[in-house]
Write a protein that binds this ligand. Structure first.
Ligand SMILES: Nc1ncnc2c1ncn2[C@@H]1O[C@H](COP(=O)(O)OP(=O)(O)O)[C@@H](O)[C@H]1O
Ligand SMILES: [Mg+2]
Length: 358
């Protein structure tokens, strides 16, 4: 398979040229096994123009200090927990941090209610286990075990969705930096450079609480929703542009007006008040995250490109908006209709007509 056929290349492949340019010019000290210095990792995430003119694009738009704290944590013996509402770029930042620090973002455990200990420790290839008995070649190492052996970053997504007793398998790993293999009377000791980035949703609180023993092993960095309207517009604009390209969507002409409108709708419904502070607005049951604003626009662009004249119009956006906002067919529909009648009607006639005709 050629590279151009991959639907979603990993960060270290997609941004290989930027990582390479940073590695080449980076004169600062690198912690053991790190591909870049902490400074260069932050530059990779926040964007930078290098001395030779090479432009490093911004991956994370928001507080530089938060990213510095996250990167500094990875250079210590504490692991990093990225916490926040859905769609605040926790997964995105985790992938880019792992790509920049280890050159590999693929050592990943996806946390679910069904995640078992083998995802954090190791499992067995049963055919081999039966044939040969327990041996290193019959073992199936988890991503965490591989990261330990290679001195890389392991990622654990949605840590709090993992059952508590399984989460506890991480405690030994993080405190002893070793993973015992009793069947072989052996262990894997972490090589310098090993660390863990976990993400957790603060809406999931109470699903499976992090034990205090595990929490102590983590430094928590909370990723906030975008602070200002302009910041959110910038995030959406840059992600829509690169996603549109990655999906080979024909170049739809995306008026900044439409992006502005979608961001305004999302921010108002999220905060429960109009941007001028004058009208109180009911909030829907869903999260109204930046990530969903991005998909509303991507959907609109696909509609415009394939079924319209190629420019994104109110009609193309309206359908996506309803889908993103009305998650509960009864309650949310009332919220949305009220918003359309009290806010959209007087402000955006075109969008109002499109919403009414759905
Ligand atoms: N502050 C931000 N800077 C850059 N991209 C962002 C930001 N906030 C959200 N995004 C975008 O939103 C999308 C969803 O982010 P994701 O990492 O999946 O969210 P989470 O894991 O927090 O639910 C990503 O495409 C990401 O680029
Ligand atoms: Mg996520």
């Amino acid at each position: 398979m050629t590279e151009t056929e991959i639907l979603r290349p990993h960060a270290e492949e997609l941004y290989a040229d930027e990582l390479e340019a940073l590695a080449r010019t980076d004169r600062r000290t690198r912690p053991p096994s790190w591909k870049l210095s902490p400074w260069a990792v932050v530059a990779y995430l926040m964007g930078e123009t290098l001395d030779d003119g090479k432009v490093i694009t911004a991956k994370y738009i928001g507080s530089r200090r938060l990213i510095e704290i996250a990167v500094a944590t990875l250079a210590t013996d504490r692991a990093l927990l990225l916490l926040g509402m859905p769609g605040t770029a926790k997964t995105w930042v985790s992938e880019h941090l792992a790509a920049a620090v280890s050159g590999d973002s693929t050592l990943l455990v996806q946390g679910t209610a069904g995640t078992d200990e083998t995802a954090i420790r190791y499992g067995w290839n049963y055919a081999r286990l039966l044939a040969e008995g327990p041996s290193h070649s019959a073992m199936v190492p988890s991503p965490v075990m591989r990261a330990m052996g290679e001195g890389r970053i392991a990622r654990v997504e949605e840590l709090t969705r993992i059952p508590s007793d399984v989460q506890d398998a991480l405690i030994t790993v993080l405190s002893e930096k070793s993973l015992p293999i009793p069947e072989l009377d052996d262990e894997v000791q972490a090589v310098k450079g090993f660390n863990v980035i976990a993400t957790a949703n603060d809406r999931d609180r109470g699903v499976n609480e992090l034990s205090s023993a595990l929490r102590r092993r983590f430094n928590t960095v909370v990723l906030p929703p975008p602070a200002t309207h302009d910041e959110e517009v910038e995030i959406v604009r840059s992600r829509v542009a690169s996603l549109g390209q990655a999906l080979d969507l024909p170049d739809a002409i995306t008026a900044d007006d439409e992006i502005n409108r979608v961001v305004t709708v999302f921010r108002e419904l999220r905060r429960g008040v109009s941007e001028d502070g004058k009208t109180k607005i009911k909030t829907p049951s869903g999260t109204m995250s930046t990530a969903e604003a991005i998909s509303v626009l991507i959907n609109g662009i696909a509609l415009a490109a394939h079924f319209g004249d190629g420019s994104l119009r109110a009609d193309d956006v309206a359908a996506g908006l309803v889908g993103a906002i009305v998650k509960d067919p009864v309650q949310d529909r009332v919220v949305w209709q009220e918003y359309v009648e009290t806010v959209v009607k007087d402000r955006w006639r075109g969008l109002y007509r499109s919403c009414r005709s759905l």
